[in-house]
Design a protein around this ligand. Structure first.
Ligand code: NAP
Length: 303
């Protein structure tokens, strides 16, 4: 069965290249005719691993192509996912399965609502990749991808294909807990690195601010039925700050490069969920307000 990959950016290309070299059929779905033309003129996707670049001539098509789709990897940013999936709806075969790679929460529900008859598998990945050219991606950090379906606990048979492709992964019956935990870690670290203009390690100089955010985030996780994700949150945040001290957070890098952030699906989602539960979390709210003001000042979207 063909893997259709929507979003030939950093993670989408990383998956596409590994599936292809394992001999599995892959097709890229590019946003429009101009992107398709650029892609075809370049001859394929390039993946750079340990300094070595290799090109893969993976076939690509437009969303408006007519062949049916049975397995779709959605590898767009959270803010693009719903609109990007929309034109593919008529192409989804009965029993189609989607893998949603988006960080944060909120975009997965938006996509799933459009597809009451398809299976949506959610993913949470710690792999790292970035684009250093058009259709050229650098595999920057080995990691692991958790997959799961909150509605159906049984693992899909195609996990064997990920094994074959050397994509490190695990199946979990509690993917929402993992996504919430990652969201909370992100909320406790990334916005502060933007506002304090520092690497992750710089937050060691703001222990009280980090601590109060962790307390509020743990309260939120408890209230929305994710007590496991709340367990030991502050300790893990401190560990991450130390272990990644030299790194700039993804949000920091987005802002520094004038790119749109996924704020609505991270801190924005946390604040909206707190409001829905009538939970007063003043420090988290204030962080959201300050971050939005910071983005506005730089002409970046606040959603
Ligand atoms: P990215 O490099 O910006 O790639 C996103 C891709 O989606 C781009 O190629 C973009 O096309 C494409 N796209 C957007 N709208 C589209 C549409 N309507 N039709 C077809 N393609 C469309 O993003 P990424 O870094 O891979 O991130 C994807 C998700 O994974 C995010 O939620 C991110 O937080 C998460 N994540 C990323 C990493 C990482 O290391 N990169 C790690 C963990 C999680 P164009 O090329 O035409 O712009």
């Amino acid at each position: 069965m063909t893997w259709h990959i929507l979003g030939a950016g950093s993670l989408g290309s990383l998956w596409a290249a590994r599936l292809t070299r394992a001999g599995l059929p892959v097709r890229l779905v590019l946003r429009d005719r101009a992107r398709l033309k650029t892609y075809e003129a370049g001859g394929g996707l390039t993946l750079v691993e340990q300094g070595e670049a290799r090109q893969y001539a993976i076939p690509a098509e437009l969303p408006s192509s007519t062949s049916p789709i049975s397995r779709l990897l959605v590898a767009c940013k959270a803010y693009d996912a719903e609109a990007a999936v929309q034109p593919l709806l008529p192409r989804l075969a009965p029993g189609a399965e989607l893998v949603l790679l988006q960080n944060g929460l909120g975009s997965q529900d938006a996509v799933a609502l459009k597809l009451p008859h398809a299976r949506c598998v959610l993913a949470s990945s710690t792999e790292g990749a970035f684009r250093d050219g058009d259709f050229r991606v650098v595999f920057a950090g080995h990691g692991f991808t958790w997959l799961g379906d909150p509605l159906r606990p049984e693992a899909p048979a195609w996990l064997a294909e990920l094994e074959q492709a050397g994509i490190p992964h695990g199946w979990t019956p509690d993917i929402l807990s993992r996504l919430w935990r990652k969201l909370a870690l992100n909320c406790a670290i990334n916005p502060l690195t933007v506002l304090h203009d520092c690497r992750n390690g710089g937050l060691a100089e703001h222990p009280a601010e980090v601590s109060v955010l962790c307390t509020e985030l743990a309260e939120l996780l408890q209230r929305c039925g994710q007590p496991d994700a709340a367990e030991g949150l502050h300790d893990e945040v401190l560990r991450v700050i130390q272990a990644t001290a030299a790194n700039y957070s993804s949000m920091y890098q987005d802002v520094a490069n004038g790119r749109r952030t996924e704020i609505s699906y991270l801190l924005g989602h946390a604040c909206a969920t707190a409001a829905r539960h009538r939970l007063n979390l003043p420090h988290l709210e204030s962080l959201h307000t300050r971050l939005k003001a910071h983005l506005l000042q730089r002409g970046l979207p606040v959603t």
